[in-house]
Design a protein around this ligand. Structure first.
Ligand code: ZN
Length: 144
């Protein structure tokens, strides 16, 4: 599967998913790992990395646009979900290093600003009401 977003290409996508039937719904949890390559946003040197994405999605016969995915009678198509998850989480502008000075530091000094922690972007915010139904389905409580 080849997915790309603004010069960043996911070359290999690995799925580790658990599918569970919950009533009329199919709950898919697990992770998607995407190995990507793309140019450093400052010096344009090729970069590579891996993005790990937490997956918690619901498939149902009548999907809610933008929230759940379509579940067919006898099969489930995971491709759209994987595609959206990867495109949403690929780094928009990779950086070879925090101290990258860019292609020509003398003429175009780069401002080294703090980047958002990429791990913060890869998980759904806790308490997202869309996952309310899913929270009730948790099988293990890490706090107990
Ligand atoms: Zn660079």
């Amino acid at each position: 599967m080849q997915l790309s977003s603004a010069g960043v290409v996911a070359n290999e996508v690995r799925l580790e998913l658990k599918l569970e039937v919950a009533g009329e719904e199919l709950v898919v949890t697990g992770s998607v790992a995407a190995e990507w390559t793309g140019p450093c946003r400052r010096c344009l040197e090729p970069q590579a990395g891996e993005t790990l994405i937490d997956i918690r999605e619901i498939f149902e016969k009548r999907p809610v646009e933008g929230e759940t995915y379509r579940l067919d009678e006898n099969e489930v198509d995971l491709e759209l979900m994987v595609r959206e998850a990867v495109l949403l989480h690929l780094p928009v502008a990779p950086l070879c290093g925090e101290d990258c000075l860019g292609p020509d530091p003398d003429r175009f000094p780069a401002t080294v600003a703090a980047d958002p922690d990429p791990t913060e972007l890869s998980s759904a915010p806790a308490g997202d009401p869309r996952w309310g139904a899913l929270d009730a389905l948790k099988f293990e409580d890490p706090s107990s």
